[in-house]
Design a protein around this ligand. Structure first.
Ligand SMILES: C[S@@+](CC[C@H](N)C(=O)[O-])C[C@H]1O[C@@H](n2cnc3c(N)ncnc32)[C@H](O)[C@@H]1O
Length: 430
């Protein structure tokens, strides 16, 4: 396996973004052999998601670069596979010919059609009277070509399938994957940076854990995935998937990590689930989430468990994870809160634009919380409409309502005020 070269992978992701001609031109400036092997290893890792030959099977890749052709023997097998430079001595059972620039875009570029230069060649039988070995090899060639073509397309592996395949409890013990898909789908083909707190496997000496990191690596085919754990998980490192040793309760460490690998598009907290750690991580890492990104916290049930720094009696306790999250709801409406004193909006008030709760799971959206307050002419200290006799908010009497110009002078003019602080009026149907 080629040594993992994070910088090269990032560079390939970047050059795959351009047009075919731009990609080819930029590819010309780097080591084509290194680029080809990196791309083929990514293909081998993705191919394992799809049904393939039951025993190791060698596929000849014949890749075009200006002025020459590069040969690679790619083995696909249920246990993984490998990539070796060179050409088969005997006629190969399966050959894939393609321009390297196009293959690079198929793997690392935005979704599109990337088969203009591709040829798939299966060894021809000399007669119709094939022996069993021929039939086995031709069947394997059919399966391997399917795997490889799927691996080079923007494959739509279902997240629950990936969770089951890699042993993440995001499907099974929990039922989180549909919620993740709902929120992550728009980012799926972006060059996202994902950080998950909690790799899995705890202190097990085996290279155990990493199920969700593998799941994200395949769900985001152009993403860079980082996993933080309090135990060393470096044996799990793969291209586009890095583990980091550290403690989520250490704010200084988290800041330096985020400065190194951020800005982040997605942070997922699935580590200690102690409320104090959850809050420290959120307060530290949320500022490093890119606008348009998401911060996810799993297993919120521990917010109610005293042994986990939770509080079973005071459910709004801001020292608990759910209590802290509830306070973000008021921040979301900060412009509409009637205040006595001027108020400088906090970072979360300015940047939390959505909070989506599910059972034990929350997604916090980050962007600019720019929405204007409710209509300024609406009085904040009294309800403007008669509530009787037609019942609450009787719309039949609107004709007699005062218009903005008729409002009394006692209404403060809040327009333009930094502390544009208004009342959360329950204004049904307005
Ligand atoms: C529930 S597992 C993560 C499972 C994984 N995210 C998945 O879905 O496959 C929790 C992990 O968090 C790690 N952990 C516990 N406390 C931590 C802390 N303070 N900082 C970082 N990691 C921690 C544990 O070692 C464990 O491996």
């Amino acid at each position: 396996m080629t040594e993992i070269n994070d910088a090269l992978v990032e560079h390939l992701l970047c050059i795959a973004d351009g047009s075919v001609d731009e990609t080819a031109m930029r590819l010309h400036a780097i080591d084509a052999d290194l680029a080809a092997r990196t791309v083929l290893e990514e293909i081998v890792a993705r191919a394992a998601l799809f049904p393939g030959p039951s025993t190791p099977f060698v596929v000849q890749f014949d890749l075009g670069v200006p002025g020459e052709r590069l040969g690679y023997r790619v083995t696909v097998s249920p246990e993984g596979g490998d990539v070796l430079p060179g050409w088969e001595q005997d006629p190969p059972w399966l050959t894939v010919r393609q321009d390297l620039a196009e293959l690079l875009r198929a793997v690392y570029g935005p979704p599109g059609r990337y088969d203009a230069s591709r040829e798939i060649i299966v060894r021809q039988a000399p007669t119709n009277d094939m022996d069993a070995a021929w039939q086995v090899n031709l069947h394997a060639a059919t399966l391997a070509s399917y795997q490889l073509v799927k691996a080079c397309s923007p494959h739509h592996a279902d997240l629950a399938m990936l969770a089951v395949r890699f042993g993440s409890d995001k499907w099974g013990s929990h039922w989180y994957t549909p919620h993740y898909e709902q929120h992550f789908a728009p980012l799926r083909h972006e060059r996202v940076r994902v950080l998950e707190l909690g790799v899995g496997g705890y202190g097990s000496p085996e290279p155990w854990g990493g199920g969700s990191l593998q799941m994200w690596r395949h769900y985001f085919p152009r993403g860079l995935v980082f996993g933080l754990d309090i135990y060393d998980k470096s044996t799990l490192d793969r291209p586009r998937m890095r583990t980091v040793l550290g403690d989520q309760s250490d704010g200084e460490f988290l800041t330096s990590l985020a400065e190194r690998i951020g800005p982040l598009d997605i942070v997922i907290d699935d580590a200690s689930h102690l409320s104090s750690d959850v809050i420290t991580s959120f307060v530290t890492l949320f500022p490093h989430v890119r606008p348009g990104g998401l911060y996810v916290i799993e297993d919120l049930q521990t917010s109610y468990w005293p042994g986990w720094n939770g509080n079973r009696a005071s459910l709004d306790d801001p020292a608990t994870s759910v209590g802290m999250l509830k306070s973000l709801i008021d921040g979301l409406h900060h412009q509409d809160i009637v205040r006595v004193e001027p108020h400088e909006p906090s970072l979360t008030e300015r940047t939390v634009t959505g909070i989506h709760f599910y059972h034990n799971l929350v997604f916090v959206e980050k962007a600019v919380n720019y929405h204007q307050p409710g209509a300024l002419w609406l009085p904040r200290h009294e309800h403007p409409y008669p509530t009787k006799p037609g019942g609450l908010h009787d719309r039949g009497q609107h004709a007699s309502l005062p218009r903005p110009a008729e409002e009394g002078p006692d209404q403060p003019d809040l327009r333009g005020s930094a502390a544009c602080v208004l009342n959360p009026v329950t204004w049904i149907g307005a």
